[in-house]
Ligand binder design. Structure first.
Ligand SMILES: Cc1ncc(COP(=O)(O)O)c(C=O)c1O
Length: 371
């Protein structure tokens, strides 16, 4: 049975009429830049994230880059982050003029360890950049006071975790709500994806929001007048229309992903070779990815491929060992938990439209391999 890692065609078929109507409205109007849908989407995402502001931009990468630029980093300024994430997290730090400082992750959740962050803080630290990886939030109850105590920014990379929640000091908090900023990606494979690249920044801070709005528009609040050098990083109106049409479905889609994840975890429970992902009890996980740890990972992937089952390795090489960061002088063994994860992880199809039969085919194939 053919089971892709993600089936966007199935999603499109389910809501085709809504999507086409939204797109056609923009096309008929021929207003593609900063049309009303952009502001409507920003308002809706701010409400979802429980923030005062949401600022659309061109991608999840730019959603990181713009607030990092707003820190006005000087050479040698440091931003502490995780090595076990998509490249953009650290690439944005570098491109904003900062030095990425990598600290190790928790083996159970794959998220950054606050004690390791604290140990890495120096007088040059300007920001802490946790990633809410695969759909569950990092330990914000520790990271927020840590950032406050040291007077540094807290940038939540919530690219994979829109709408994810965590109980922080007894209250549910949404990804992006507590940090200086939260950053979102609408890359097509995210829980809510555009028809291409798009991103958003959320924040409670009025002045920062104003600056970010300028930075995405070549650094000028007024057209043709530039207070600083910014970027062309608008969120296209067509994408905003698509995302507005998809947004009412997001909660159901994320719930379906969580149900699929629970079915896998039940099927793999107690198996000696298969380590299912752990949801921190404080978290409501939205399962952008369902990622297990296994021995003989590459052989399992080949086995799945032979059965037409899609899978992916997020992420095969920790960022501290990437050739482009050789100048940071990390070595193999510097961050062993992240390195072990890179060797063992494999993500399985968990998308909302996955049928019971398809999921059973994935489960059977995995169990058969380790039988
Ligand atoms: C954790 C993380 N950060 C940043 C990004 C960058 O987002 P984008 O691809 O929209 O630029 C992604 C997704 O691709 C991501 O998964």
């Amino acid at each position: 049975m053919n089971v892709p890692l993600l089936d966007l065609v199935a999603q499109y078929r389910d809501i085709k009429d809504e999507l086409l109507e939204a797109v056609m409205t923009v096309i008929e109007r021929q207003g593609f830049i900063m049309g009303p849908e952009v502001g409507q989407l920003e308002a809706a995402v701010a409400a979802l994230s429980r923030t005062k502001h949401a600022i659309g931009c061109a991608s999840g990468t730019d959603a990181l880059l713009l607030p990092l630029k707003a820190l006005d980093l000087k050479p040698g300024d440091e931003v502490i982050t995780t090595p076990f994430t998509f490249f953009a997290t650290a690439g944005a730090i570098h491109n904003a003029g900062g030095t990425p400082v990598f600290v190790d992750i928790d083996p159970a959740t794959f998220n950054i360890v606050p004690a390791a962050v604290e140990a890495a803080i120096t007088p040059r630290t300007r920001a802490i950049l946790p990633v809410h990886l695969f759909g569950q939030m990092a330990a914000m109850e520790a990271l927020v006071p840590l950032a406050q105590r040291h007077g540094v920014a807290l940038i939540e990379d919530a690219a994979q975790s829109i709408g994810a929640r965590r109980k922080v000091d007894g209250a549910w908090r949404v990804a992006g709500e507590l940090g200086t900023v939260g950053t979102l990606s609408f890359f097509p494979s995210k829980n809510i994806g555009a028809f291409g690249d798009a991103g958003m920044i959320v924040t409670q801070d009025d002045r920062l929001a104003e600056r970010l709005r300028r930075l995405r528009l070549h650094g000028g609040a007024r057209q043709y007048y530039h207070d600083e050098v910014g970027f062309n990083s608008r969120l296209d109106t067509l994408h905003a229309a698509v995302l507005l049409a998809k947004l009412p479905h997001l909660a159901d889609w994320s719930a379906a992903r969580a149900r699929n994840a629970a079915a896998y975890t039940e099927a793999f429970a107690g198996h000696a070779d298969i380590c299912p992902p752990r949801t921190d009890p404080a978290n409501e996980h939205i399962f952008n990815q369902y990622t297990i740890r296994v021995p003989r990972r590459d052989e399992l992937q080949a086995h799945l491929k032979s059965k037409q089952i899609g899978s992916s390795i997020y992420y095969p090489l920790s960022l501290h060992l990437q050739p482009c960061f050789a100048y940071l002088e990390y070595r193999a063994g510097s961050l062993p938990v992240s390195e072990a994860a890179s060797a063992q992880v494999i993500s399985l199809p968990v998308y909302p439209e996955l049928s019971v039969e398809q999921q059973q085919a994935v489960i059977d194939a995995v169990l058969e391999f380790y039988a």
